[in-house]
Design a protein. Structure first.
Length: 135
């Protein structure tokens, strides 16, 4: 059996760290690029706490049941994604770090537009979302 040297110990530690990093990247719900499938900006349509929340990429047509879906965010802040609470557009914005904020929960960044819609419903506490005036 070869003698344990500092070089071999450091090599083994580096190999273990690399293997642990690979496992973290390939964990369930995470792609090989390290991005969560929940953050993949897929369309969603669900009822959350009695409120209908919907989201879709801005360029997608034909999602039935969404009222007032004209051009979506006119200023590009939503990174090409539109979110609605009970048919009223919730203005969302993607931050430089990839997190999302909305006009309702501006100081509480979240990971996805779906999480932004849920946070807005939580913050509204049953109140209606009023349309945000365009400039």
């Amino acid at each position: 059996m070869p003698e344990l040297t500092r070089r071999r110990a450091l090599t083994a530690a580096a190999a273990l760290a690399a293997a642990a990093g690979t496992q973290a990247l390939l964990a369930p719900g995470v792609s090989a690029a390290g991005h969560s499938h929940e953050g993949s900006l897929e369309p969603f349509d669900e009822v959350y706490k009695g409120r209908r929340i919907q989201g879709r990429p801005d360029g997608m047509n034909g999602m039935a049941g969404m009222k007032g879906m004209g051009g979506g965010d006119q200023h590009g802040h939503g990174a090409g994604y539109a979110v609605f609470v009970d048919g009223v557009e919730l203005h969302v914005m993607r931050n430089a770090d990839g997190s999302w904020i909305s006009v309702v929960s501006h100081y509480d960044p979240v990971a996805t537009p779906l999480a932004a819609a849920r946070a807005a419903v939580d913050e509204l506490q049953g109140a209606a979302l009023l349309p945000f005036p365009a400039n």
